[in-house]
Write a new protein. Structure first.
Length: 626
């Protein structure tokens, strides 16, 4: 409601403004209402079951694209037959109608995380993002190497660095920096930046090309209405490819539609660069371009939604929308600079060559996103690689290669004598890790090590998914099928199902240990403990392995991690006790019993709704009060 009403207020201010300054101020207020998109994704996650969520998010992305196409057409009609004021009035009316519909139809979100507004973080982020964008928008007139341009860009970078440092120390940050450093989230935002760059460059180029007088030798001499009509079919293509992207994500994962989207949109832009001589060609290539954008832009929020806790959906998708806006600004300004720079003395129109260059740069941005997509998948696998039980930190590849291709938890190996299968895998490990004695052996050794690492990463990722969904009933065959390898490959890494479950369980316990350590480091321990218990129960709703092992010790080699986790809980309780916010007789064992009891009871009731589990976690925090 607040976002929609802000958008309506901004539109009204811009519509009534008699000067450029007031119009810009109205647009700023409208931008503050741009939170509607992450809110929509959050509602979709709350209200739709898992099997329908990807399609719902894809449809939302598609409808947003269609709205953009209809907006261009409607804007053209209003400019040609009324005035620009009506563009803002129409947006105001639509926002008010949407607000009324939201109030009457939309249910309240079951997932709530009450928190204070991080004013300092908001100001730092706004300044850090705005300063470079102003420099880029004025670069053509100021000069790209002028002190003002470079100074604003440098100032923005410094402020954003300061923003990251401040957010790591705030109890309730505007942006959870650690969340956005996750490989999947980080690389998805990079892809969003690149695809947004190409998409919004085309938004500027195509109408400009259409409205260029035909006497120029390359323009169509269209009015604003016809220019909008030229782009409308492309926007409607997103209505098809957006839901299609959701269906592909559900079946094959988000990598496929994201890769296809980047390829198709890049191809559309490349073809526009060489074939924009007729309206039919531009119409066809625009449809191809927006078909790809629909696939990619629907896959991006699905990747984000699947990678963060439910309570963080709005925050994570909000940053993704911000990154998309930055990409669009960069793309639009880059294209505008290319067009303006091509105007020679005595002429008022850019050259046709400038349009060709503009489309090609957009294509390079879109296709360049494919390299980042590969990193998304690699990063996603790397997140789930179990760490060693040592206190020392090591790189992901070091952890994978700790036992050559085996990757079995060191504590597990130390506790049991090697069986026949283990002796076989030890011999294989030795053969893989033996030093090469010739260039030919070195190449073969390197290939085998690389294959083993890739297989290990796939097996761990698949096991996390299978056992989280099925608990101890999951089978090695299911893990192998999920990983796309044979059962023999799984057994080479983990000789028994127990070994595989142990590796998964140790990884999940490490996750819990990291979360409790982060909570201890926060200044507001009261909110940290409440949020931690809510996050933990919410996670247990979809992770049957951790739900099984948390209330009782049943994993070899896990005691050290459990002890550190309980120690972190004890430090939180001690801080709360010193502040008089918990009962003096509460112990970590009480917490373990309460969490385990809630988990077992909810499982017996067949309730796997993360929102319900989170509520019980917060109720546990409430029950600790004196």
């Amino acid at each position: 409601m607040i976002s929609l009403l802000l958008f309506a207020a901004g539109g009204a201010l811009a519509a009534t403004g008699g000067s450029l300054g007031l119009v810009i101020a109205g647009r700023v207020v409208q931008g503050a209402g741009g939170g509607i998109f992450p809110l929509c994704f959050g509602i979709a996650r709350d209200e739709f079951p898992a099997e329908r969520r990807h399609g719902a998010v894809g449809l939302i992305s598609a409808i947003a694209g269609i709205g953009g196409g209809i907006g261009l057409l409607l804007g053209g009609l209003l400019v040609d037959h009324a005035s620009y004021h009506w563009i803002f009035w129409s947006g105001t009316v639509m926002a008010l109608v949407a607000a009324a519909g939201a109030q009457l139809v939309l249910p309240e979100s079951p997932v709530r995380s009450p928190r204070r507004i991080d004013v300092l973080g908001t100001v730092l982020l706004a300044v850090g993002v705005t300063a470079p964008l102003i420099a880029i928008s004025e670069g053509q007139s100021w000069g790209w190497t002028s002190g003002r341009t470079l100074g604003l860009i440098a100032a923005g970078v410094v402020v954003l660095a300061l923003f990251g440092l401040v957010e790591r120390r705030v109890a309730e940050p505007l942006v959870d920096v650690s969340l956005f450093l996750r490989p999947t989230v980080l690389m998805t935002n990079l892809v969003t930046l690149l695809v947004g760059f190409g998409m919004f460059g085309a938004f500027l180029l195509i109408p400009q090309l259409a409205e260029t007088p035909s006497g120029s030798g390359y323009g169509f001499g269209a009015d604003a209405t016809r220019a909008g009509l030229l782009m409308l079919p492309g926007s409607l293509m997103m209505m098809i490819t957006g839901p299609l992207s959701g269906a592909l994500t559900k079946r094959y994962g988000a990598k496929l539609p994201l890769t296809l989207g980047a390829l198709v949109s890049g191809a559309g832009l490349a073809l526009l660069a060489v074939a924009h001589g007729s309206q039919g060609a531009v119409l066809g290539m625009t449809m191809l371009l927006y078909a790809g954008i629909g696939l990619a832009f629907a896959a991006m929020p699905n990747l984000i939604v699947d990678s963060v806790p439910a309570a963080k959906t709005g925050e994570a998708t909000g940053v993704n929308v911000l990154v998309r806006s930055i990409g669009s600004s960069l793309g639009s300004q880059t294209v505008a600079s290319i067009l303006a720079g091509s105007v020679v003395a005595g002429q008022v129109l850019p050259t046709e060559h400038a349009y060709t260059v503009g489309f090609l740069i957009g294509a390079i941005g879109a296709i360049g996103a494919i390299g980042a997509i590969g990193a998304v998948v690699a990063g996603f696998a790397a997140v789930f690689i179990p760490r060693t039980t040592s206190h020392q930190t090591s790189s992901v590849l070091d952890e994978i290669a700790a036992a050559a291709p085996l990757g079995e938890a060191p504590s597990t190996r130390a506790r049991r004598p090697p069986a026949a299968a283990d002796r076989q895998t030890v011999r294989m490990a030795t053969s893989y890790s033996a030093s090469p004695t010739s260039p030919e052996n070195a190449e073969d050794w390197s290939e085998r090590r690389a294959d083993a690492r890739r297989n290990h990463a796939r097996i761990v990722t698949a096991a996390l998914q299978v056992f989280a969904e099925r608990g101890m009933e999951g089978t090695v065959a299911e893990v192998a099928a999920q990983a796309g390898v044979g059962k023999a490959t799984v057994y080479r890494s983990y000789p028994t199902k127990t070994d595989l479950i142990t590796a998964v369980a140790l990884h999940q316990l490490r996750w819990l240990e990291d979360r409790t350590s982060a909570a201890v480091g926060q200044s507001d321990t009261h909110q940290s403990l409440r949020r931690l218990l809510g996050d933990l129960l919410e996670h247990l709703a979809t992770d049957r392995v951790l739900a099984d092992i948390l209330p009782r010790q049943m994993v070899p080699g896990a005691q050290a991690s459990v002890d550190r986790t309980m120690s972190n809980f004890q430090r939180l309780l001690d801080a709360e006790l010193a502040a008089g916010r918990v009962r003096p007789d509460v112990t970590t064992q009480d917490l373990r019993v309460l969490i385990g009891g809630c988990s077992r009871q909810l499982v017996e009731l067949g309730d796997h709704d993360p929102a319900h589990w989170r509520r019980y976690g917060e109720l546990i925090a409430t029950a600790l009060r004196p």
